[in-house]
Design a protein around this ligand. Structure first.
Ligand code: XMP
Ligand code: MG
Length: 184
């Protein structure tokens, strides 16, 4: 059983209703942007983006292809741009296709920048980025999402796909993790 959430969660930052309302709004902006296109390849970065991808995709009004990629988290030694360790690659060719990268959260931005550089080499028609959460204070490289759900302060958050040590992804809201969980 999941531990008592009062012991894990400092505070609920974004509740379930607010997430759903905002994601629908994002989908409508994305629909407007691609209104003259027929197809879109949505690429979720495993595992954190799975819930966001599922909720967003329900409201997209194009023929979409759902794709998943897994990349290794960067370490301080990996500075070379365009270099990202791909643990699971796309199942499809993105040449001349519209690609929408679906992220859970942009923090320093290193992961996404490297991933985008990697995908750009495959000659897609276009690559755009949508992230549910953005921690702009933490940014170390120049990358901006085309659409974002919420800007959040520099706190460690879990839920709606986001984990601490692979746990709490199944919480239906975004909550700030109590410091005692990772400091205690
Ligand atoms: P970058 O490369 O932008 O990495 O620094 C983004 C990735 O870092 C993880 N991350 C978090 N995961 N709560 C989480 O559960 C957070 O508050 C958080 N901040 C960053 C996440 O995997 C994201 O894809
Ligand atoms: Mg992630």
């Amino acid at each position: 059983m999941i531990s008592d959430t009062n012991e894990i969660i400092e505070k609920v930052l974004i509740d379930e209703d607010s997430l759903n309302v905002r994601i629908k709004k994002l989908a409508s902006q994305i629909n407007d942007h691609y209104k003259d296109e027929d197809t879109l390849i949505m690429v979720a970065i495993l595992k954190g983006s799975v819930m966001f991808m599922a909720e967003l995709a329900k409201h997209i009004k194009l023929d979409i292809n759902l794709e998943f990629m897994a990349v290794s988290s960067y370490d301080s030694g990996t500075i070379s741009s365009g270099n990202v360790k791909i643990l699971k690659d796309l199942d499809t060719d993105i040449k001349d296709k519209n690609v929408l990268l679906v992220e859970d959260i942009i923090d320093t931005g290193h992961t996404l920048l490297k991933l985008r550089n990697n995908l750009e080499k495959r000659d897609p028609k276009d690559i755009k980025i949508v992230t549910l959460l953005d921690k702009p204070e933490r940014r170390e490289v120049d990358i901006k999402p085309d659409w974002y759900g919420f800007k959040i302060p520099n706190e460690f958050v879990v839920g709606f796909g986001l984990d601490y040590d692979q746990k709490y992804r199944n919480l239906p809201y975004i909550g700030i993790l109590k410091r005692s969980v990772y400091e205690g």
